[in-house]
Unconditional design. Structure first.
Length: 125
């Protein structure tokens, strides 16, 4: 057992499992984002051609389902951000549990010590 954050005892192995799970989550989220961006870019190309042709823009709404595409892209971005956050939280917690100071972790990643403290003391999402 090691200490992290406010003196909480944690198992480094448990932290490693959380970190690996977060990396798997990140991989899945990172794979979905390009697909969502590609669908969005396709829609923009269709809209652009429609506008160039001088056609009524309201004809596109049913065909493109902009609400669904926007939701998919927003969800993909949000999922990637949450996965990245969880991976960072897990990694910083491991490093502190292994004996690195929060200041050293902060210096290594170019962030503030306060931010490292916030990540380490945050509850797993």
């Amino acid at each position: 057992m090691a200490r992290t954050g406010r003196g909480h005892e944690v198992s480094i192995e448990k932290l490693r499992k959380e970190y690996l799970a977060a990396l798997d989550w990140y991989d899945g989220a990172a794979a979905e984002l390009p697909a969502a961006l590609q669908a969005s870019n396709h829609s923009l190309a269709v809209v652009r051609e429609h506008a160039r042709a001088g056609l009524p823009m309201n004809e596109l709404l049913a065909e493109l389902e902009p609400d669904r595409r926007r939701s998919r892209l927003s969800a993909a971005i949000d999922d990637l951000v949450r996965a990245r956050h969880e991976a960072q939280r897990s990694l910083y917690s491991i490093l502190v549990a292994e004996g690195m100071s929060m200041s050293d972790v902060a210096r290594a990643f170019g962030i503030s010590r306060g931010l490292v403290s916030r990540f380490v003391n945050e509850q797993k999402s």
